[in-house]
Design a protein around this ligand. Structure first.
Ligand code: G3P
Length: 218
């Protein structure tokens, strides 16, 4: 399973990369806004800075919602670096653009996916990744993991090459459950990746090992 970090903050991306477990980065307009970068040229420069930190798979999202606008932005983003994956919203104009971009050999990540039907359409259009938002489904008292399980079965049934990129991850059990059912990728806030390191028995065990070592040296 691939691990992506879901942030536009360079320090967080560097930290996740330094752990040696990172396969990519996802951003979205809200995450970019949090970093406070203004103006198109600076936004594009920021994506380049992210690409310079990680080995591959940097999702950069379009803002346009019409086919022509999405295509223009997608080409601009894809030109930044070969590591860019163009993130396109799950809307009819977006699916049309995903089809064209896929025919052109530009990788895409179809975002804001909340149902199996939407994911199926994105996969049919040739999306490289689909991003089901499992935390946001859980937030409305529904079952985000059920969607991941459905997509694993559907994509296997038809040998779709589209990868399931579980997004909107809220806690380490989302990561574990995604791994159990066979999601291809999880994209997590750095805080959730760091929570996954923790176990009280590891802390107690390490403390005892070190204390025993010290005592043994006296
Ligand atoms: O990048 C998309 C996604 O992971 C959003 O997460 O926490 O805003 O629902 P969240």
């Amino acid at each position: 399973m691939k691990f992506f970090v879901d942030t536009a903050k360079l320090e967080e991306i560097k930290k996740a990369e330094a752990y040696g477990i990172l396969d990519g980065v996802t951003t979205n307009p809200s995450l970019m806004a949090k970093v406070g970068i203004k103006g198109r040229p600076n936004i594009l420069k920021h994506y380049k800075a992210i690409c310079d930190i990680v080995g591959d798979n940097v999702s950069a999202e379009v803002i346009s919602t019409d086919y022509k606008g999405i295509m223009k932005e997608a080409h601009e983003l894809a030109e930044i670096d070969t590591k860019i994956v163009v993130k396109v919203p799950m809307i009819p104009e977006g699916v049309k653009a995903i089809k064209t971009l896929s025919d052109e050999g530009i990788r895409t990540n179809c975002t804001l996916v909340f149902s199996a039907g939407q994911a199926l359409l994105a996969a049919k259009a040739g999306a490289s990744y689909v991003s089901p938002f499992i935390g946001r489904i859980d937030d409305i008292s529904s079952d985000g993991m059920k969607l991941i399980r459905e997509l694993v079965v559907i994509f296997e049934n038809y040998d779709f090459e589209t990868e399931i990129l579980a997004a909107s991850i809220r806690h380490p059990m989302h990561i574990v459950d995604c791994a159990l059912v066979g999601a291809d990728v999880v994209t997590c806030p750095l805080s959730v990746i760091e929570q996954a390191f923790n176990h009280p028995l590891t802390d107690i065990g390490l403390r005892n090992f070190l204390a025993d070592h010290e005592a043994g040296q006296k």
